[in-house]
Design a protein around this ligand. Sequence first.
Ligand SMILES: [Zn+2]
Length: 254
Amino acid sequence: MADITRRTVLLAVAAASAASLTGCEQPDVVQAAPATSPPMPARVPVPPGTLTELPPASGSVMAWTVDDGTSSEVVGAYSTFAAATGTRLTMFVNGIYSSWDENAEALRPLVASGQVQLANHTWSHPDLTTLDDASIQAELQRNHDYLAERYGVDARPYFRPPYGAHDDRVDAAAAAIGYTTPTLWYGSLADSGELPDQQIVDLANEWFASGRIIIGHLNHLPVTRVFDQLIDILETRALTTVTLNDVFISAAHP
Ligand SMILES: [Zn+2]
């Protein structure tokens, strides 16, 4: 049964890729292809402080998060991959990159259904510890407003400080405008720069595990060439992907 499911997923990915190459509408099979209907854990209130892991009682779930979006092609490929496989993703957006406008049509239904969650990575990716409080808030608020207007979502309370750089002052400035949850990660695909394909697979093998928040990037193509191997790792380990809103209750997402 698992093998049949996997073949279906791979065929769906192939079909979706072919469709995007030819500019055709995605075939119905892609819409119907989510690998499983995962049992979702009971949601719990988001804990105070910095987030790097999921609640201990979440079960066999992993939060796959992806950042930036410097490559429109990679944002598009991740969107196709999500649609074809049912993989749940949290995207930490920098609205300054044109990829978020260019892929809005493909992403919007995934965002509307909750399969893809959009969260705040600041507008232009500065090191927040170098900015004054007003500038920290302006960076987050501009991105917040962009996501609300373009995608109709409230990205609060999750923000990921660029480079993981934050301190008590940054956190207080962010919290004052509703971004109360600095969201870091437990393991990384380390692909903010370009890596060899196999190294991404090796890092996924090292880090994909239950309860973890994993960070990847929407910047370089190698990850898009190993999606099937990453899905393999998830399936072998019986991991279900979740968004942050899938597992946490917050004021913006009760
Ligand atoms: Zn980043």
